[in-house]
Design a binder for this molecule. Structure first.
Ligand SMILES: Cc1cc2nc3c(=O)[nH]c(=O)nc-3n(C[C@H](O)[C@H](O)[C@H](O)COP(=O)(O)OP(=O)(O)OC[C@H]3O[C@@H](n4cnc5c(N)ncnc54)[C@H](O)[C@@H]3O)c2cc1C
Length: 336
């Protein structure tokens, strides 16, 4: 276990904002976890961190940040139809997706290119191109922090929803996820419900293979998202708002091109990026904080924006969208 005092967090968050934390602990093996309680780490403010790609530090963190750096991908069982794979929390999501593609396990190819670590993937039920990680999660394993007790939750017990789970709601800040088990198909099947994907597949006349779908998703993403090695961001900053159909119908009278998707009985999901664009904020920059010109859902740090500047900027976007449409868009990113 690495244990560092006064750690600078700039290289531990993809927004690349500066912030210090009092103590930074990197857990490299599950066997080290009991020490976190023995050393009283959970008696003071703490935060469990993965790759820092869904977090905005708005101030120094006066407590301990625990980063999960455990490794290991193990196939627990396998038959002709599927494989059950257990992955340590600290494994990079990208490495896990590569592993699945190499082994011809189907199910996560549409989720290629999402930064972060496997342990964080259930927290907000990561999703992209018509697939959510809940579609392939078998169970989530870890510890409750308050009771120190281990838990293993089956998929249906995780309360997965759109960018949400029990780990982001009822159990928020009270879990240390150590491993995630995935049930992956060995029988070829693809999710091509997302229009941009199916259209591009047709345009490029590509054969339907795991490698081709993964490469296509990657190229579509790369064309519209910033390269996080150069420009700081945390992906989509806001969730797409879910509203009553009557609200959508009222808005369509003013904005006929308004996009919406079914979201359960009597509800529709609006595209937050479109609302931001229509509110005149796409491409707007204030200092080093800005809305990415190619994707209005993404707030970027062009260089030296502080967490507070980005925070003020996102609140301004919320206000503009609210004033224009009467809709409050909520951050998807965790604000600390
Ligand atoms: C360029 C870019 C593109 C993105 N695209 C997508 C996308 O398409 N779809 C999508 O859903 N997301 C996307 N994201 C957001 C982000 O990558 C995901 O939410 C990812 O799962 C976060 O992983 P992380 O390890 O970086 O989590 P972190 O940011 O480190 O943590 C996120 C949250 O999970 C908690 N957490 C982390 N690890 C653990 C653990 N082991 N136990 C308990 N709690 C934990 C943290 O406390 C925090 O609340 C994108 C981000 C970027 C920068």
């Amino acid at each position: 276990m690495k244990d560092i005092q006064n750690q600078q967090l700039k290289s531990y968050n993809t927004f690349m904002v500066s912030a210090l934390c009092d103590r930074f602990v990197q857990v490299e093996e599950d066997g080290e976890i009991p020490r976190l309680w023995e050393e009283g780490i959970f008696g003071r403010p703490y935060l469990v961190l993965g790759g820092g790609s869904n977090i905005l530090f708005t101030q120094d963190f006066h407590g301990t940040i625990i980063q999960m750096c455990t490794r290991g991908i193990v196939v627990i069982e396998e038959d002709t139809n599927s494989a059950l794979v257990e992955v340590a929390a600290g494994v990079d999501w990208a490495d896990f997706v590569d592993f699945c593609i190499r082994n011809h396990y189907y199910g996560v190819e549409n989720l290629i290119g999402i930064p972060g670590r496997v342990g964080s993937s259930p927290v907000q039920n990561i999703g992209a191109y018509g697939v959510e990680v809940k579609d392939v999660i078998d169970s989530v394993i870890g510890f409750r922090i308050s009771s120190q007790k281990p838990f293993a939750l089956r998929n249906e017990e995780c309360a997965f929803g759109y960018r949400s789970s029990i780990f982001k709601t009822e159990w928020k800040n009270d879990v240390l996820i150590t491993r995630v088990r995935f049930r992956l198909s060995k029988i070829p099947h693809f999710t091509l419900t997302y229009q941009a994907l199916s259209k591009e597949l047709e345009n490029r006349k590509l054969e339907l293979t795991l490698e081709n779908i993964a490469a296509l998703v990657k190229s579509i993403r790369d064309a519209k998202l910033p390269d996080i090695t150069k420009i700081g961001c945390a992906g989509s900053f806001f969730k797409n708002p879910v509203v009553d159909i009557s609200v959508r119908d009222r808005l369509v009278e003013q904005v006929p091109q308004l996009v919406s998707y079914p979201a359960g009985e009597g509800k529709v999901k609006l595209a937050a990026g479109q609302l931001i664009d229509l509110a005149g904020m796409k491409g707007v920059r204030e200092g080093d904080a800005g809305v990415y010109p190619l994707q209005a859902l993404v707030i970027v740090n062009y260089g030296n924006a502080s967490g507070t500047e980005i925070c003020n900027f996102y609140q301004k976007i919320q206000k503009e969208v609210f004033n224009r449409f009467g809709i409050f868009i909520e951050p998807e990113v965790n604000i600390e």
